[in-house]
Design a protein around this ligand. Structure first.
Ligand code: NDP
Length: 414
């Protein structure tokens, strides 16, 4: 099948490398298109040098449905892999509907003026995709993405009942810069400055942004780090599609990062409300993005590891059980292999693996679907072979702190 990849950032780079490895197996040809074609050409040239594979390139503004439609008609792919920004999800899905082509992304649609991180806009396409005989796979990155598959694996292969899921995302990497975000700064800052939320049986509990934290001791030499309770999009689909009681999402942040963020928030630089500057309307956060380092530029600088996984509590054969499933990814190894750091790597590899699941027919069903709605087994097998092996262990909850800073449920608590 021919694959059209849209977006030549860090994630686009990794996914293109991994899909290029599949040329001659599941993939026939690849075009990488983005707003700035130069970035596509740089990636194509690296892949040609390293893997001896040809990647075609193109320029496209994916906000414009007619431009996407004409690119699709020209190249005639069977699948569009959307690795641009969440703002482009619906225009790309519209173009896929118009041309009858399958769709995959790694982040849910967001309107520019409301940082909501909700799936309903994309779920609303289900019937139209189904009746056109095409499929959309949503959130095929790491979180969302692999974390959803870890949960599906726990539900189908490990537990009889699941009580609580804690998704824990640790970036223990250091780029040595005073402040930078490791994926698109605008999306990253929108995500963490909104109120925190977690699913409690039948409703969302809301907390002030970044107000709940505790320490968690990460495996494989990473050690204890502060983790913060956040809202994250996969909780919406997992609480809907799996039979679970509670789900929470935690992420590590360093004190240095939080201090910079607090200052930027206090001076209004994280706002998405446009302000008038010399007669021009500018959203402060969009301006901030323009002056912060590009995530792709952190590749050669970042050292250390990421550890992203799910701590899951439930029962098996009537006995309580706690299971921890995680992946460790090394920034320097990711960079040596693909020219991008581990955050891009842990997102781009699952994007390519999700694409392969669709192309090979393991996951192929007309309609709009989330990752946990398919069998986890073929995905996890391919994921390990493509550079992201995972570890699963019985977990001793007595090693965990029993409280957060303000008595909201601690990680691992039921
Ligand atoms: P970057 O900002 O590095 O790259 C985004 C790319 O998309 C850039 O090359 C940009 O072009 C291009 N682009 C932006 N707007 C358009 C447009 N209108 N038309 C065509 N191309 C466009 O982001 P990342 O690579 O870090 O992230 C890519 C996606 O992955 C994002 O949606 C992000 O939210 C998601 N993500 C998901 C994760 C997960 O685990 N699920 C984790 C990390 C990221 P230009 O260079 O010209 O600006």
């Amino acid at each position: 099948m021919k694959v059209l990849i849209v977006g030549a950032g860090g994630v686009g780079r990794v996914a293109t490398c991994k899909l290029a490895e599949m040329i001659g197996e599941s993939v026939d040809e690849i075009t990488l298109a983005s707003r700035t074609e130069e970035k596509c050409r740089a990636i194509a040239s690296d892949i040609s040098e390293k893997l001896g594979k040809t990647i075609h390139t193109a320029q496209v503004d994916a906000d414009e449905v007619p431009e996407m439609v004409s690119l699709i008609r020209d190249f005639q792919p069977g699948l569009v892999v959307n690795l641009a920004l969440p703002y482009q999800d619906l225009t790309i899905m519209d173009a896929c509907l118009e041309t009858g082509v399958h769709y995959l992304d790694t982040a849910n649609y967001e309107p520019r003026d409301t940082p909501k991180f909700e799936y309903h806009w994309q779920w609303a396409y289900h019937d139209r995709f189904a009746s056109n005989g095409i499929m959309a796979l949503l959130g095929s990155g790491f979180d969302p993405g692999v974390t959803n598959v870890f949960c599906a694996h726990a539900a189908s292969n490990i537990f009889d009942t699941i009580d609580t899921i804690d998704i824990i995302d640790c970036n223990a990497g250091d780029h040595g810069l005073p402040f930078a975000t490791n994926f698109n700064p605008e999306i990253n800052i929108r995500e963490i400055t909104q109120p925190g939320r977690w699913w409690n049986v039948d409703h969302w509990e809301e907390i002030e942004a970044m107000s709940v934290h505790q320490s968690f001791d990460f495996p494989e030499g990473i050690g204890p780090k502060d983790i913060y309770l956040l809202y994250h999009e996969e909780m919406e689909s997992l609480s809907k599609h799996l039979d679970i009681q509670k789900i929470r999402f935690w992420m590590t942040f360093s004190e240095k990062y939080l201090t910079h963020l607090r200052v930027l928030e206090n001076v209004g630089m994280t706002s998405i409300e446009p302000v008038d500057f010399n007669g021009q309307q500018i959203a402060p956060l969009e301006f901030l993005k323009a002056v912060l380092p590009e995530p792709a530029s952190l590749g050669p600088l970042t050292k250390g590891k990421t550890c992203i996984g799910c701590l899951i509590r439930g029962t098996k054969d009537g006995q309580p059980k706690t299971h921890y499933i995680y992946n460790i990814c090394d920034h320097e190894s990711a960079y040596a292999e693909t020219g991008a750091q581990a955050i891009s790597y842990t997102t781009g590899v699952p994007a390519a693996v999700g694409a392969r699941m669709m192309i090979d027919g393991h996951w192929m069903k007309p309609g709009v679907w989330n990752m946990e709605q398919f069998s986890p087994d073929p995905f996890l097998k391919e994921l390990a072979q493509r550079g992201l092996p995972w570890t699963e262990v019985e977990f001793d909850c007595s090693t965990l702190a029993t409280q957060t800073n303000n008595n909201t449920p601690s990680v691992g608590a039921s």
